[in-house]
Design a protein around this ligand. Structure first.
Ligand code: 13P
Ligand code: SF4
Length: 297
């Protein structure tokens, strides 16, 4: 590791967390690389003074909610998630009025204010388990419509979905899956549940990023194609160097690619950008995240 980064980490008693979609160089200097669920869990349990969160804003916000006593830094302020901006807390209140009694399951890709209006949070790693554990027969699921459709196919419950989407995963088409099958007939195809329903239906497996890694470790297939952000290729190749991995389409999340090692160094030098959540919102959002950690582990 870059020596100034190592020194800054020690001086600040800091931990660097990076999402699986981060640039290769950021993954390589991080203390932990993982999916949204794994990183939330680490943030809630770890003993340190500062967390540098290399990912997008809602992920750093989750860390700040789960560990309000720590200083959580997001190295690049513009690293945001467009899907998380597709629903507001006022939208959630309106949905609750329209569907009285239905619990609200919010995907982790949401703002703290939206989580504060929700019953329980979930990630792609535990969404099916959480929906099936809830007693209600009708569930409001926000904000990802594609993940909502996937959940509806995995449960007998009625899923009332919001119309949000991930622009990156929406770019993966059925044509990409068919082309891959034609080019590499022996490869396994795994896609993220944020993909379009026809892409999910044509894939061999559907997993969040952590599930993709667990599957790749166990699989005997020599070639695995993934339908998700390309940062996963570096992660998978590091963990399973003897396998071949390829991507479906040109799948880049521009926000996940904004952070570089120089930004991490600057974040620690200047203590930027500190992520804080107003106390009233934080308490309610923490409840939804704590419920997820309890039900979804
Ligand atoms: P994971 O929870 O699978 O890591 O996904 C997060 C995300 O932002 C997917 O686009
Ligand atoms: Fe948001 Fe999509 Fe980027 Fe994930 S890949 S952070 S859902 S825009």
């Amino acid at each position: 590791m870059n020596t100034s980064l190592k020194r800054l980490k020690e001086q600040n008693d800091a931990l660097i967390l990076a999402h699986n979609y981060q640039c290769d160089e950021v993954q390589d200097v991080a203390d932990n690389v993982g999916d949204s669920f794994e990183l939330s869990k680490i943030a809630s349990e770890v003993n340190c003074s500062v967390i540098v969160f290399c990912g997008v804003d809602f992920m750093a916000e989750n860390a700040a909610i789960l560990s309000p006593q720590k200083n959580v830094l997001l190295p690049v302020r513009q690293a945001t998630c467009p899907m998380s901006q597709m629903i507001t807390s006022a939208d959630v209140r309106q949905l609750k009025e329209q569907h009285p009694g239905a619990p609200v399951v919010c995907y982790v890709n949401t703002s703290a204010a939206v989580k504060a209006e929700s019953t329980v949070c979930c990630t792609s790693a535990n969404a099916v388990k959480i929906v099936n554990t809830l007693e209600a027969d009708r569930i409001i699921f926000i904000p990802d419509w594609n993940l909502g459709q996937y959940l509806a196919s995995k449960t007998d419950k009625e899923i009332i979905s919001w119309k949000g989407y991930c622009p990156t995963h929406r770019g993966i088409t059925l044509g990409d899956v068919l082309m891959k099958r034609h080019e590499a007939p022996d490869c396994e195809i795994i896609v993220h549940p944020e993909c379009r329903p026809e892409v999910v239906a044509a894939a061999d497996y559907v997993y969040g990023t952590g599930g993709m890694i667990r599957h790749a470790k166990m699989s005997s297939a020599p070639h695995i194609a993934i339908g998700t952000e390309v940062g996963m290729l570096h992660r998978l190749k590091t963990i399973c160097p003897d396998k071949e991995f390829s991507a479906l389409g040109e799948t880049v999340c521009p926000n996940m690619k904004r952070t570089h090692v120089a930004d991490v160094v600057r974040a620690l030098e200047r203590k930027e950008y500190q992520i804080t959540v107003p106390e009233g919102v934080c308490i309610k959002a923490k409840h939804a995240l704590d419920m997820m950690l309890e039900m979804g582990t």
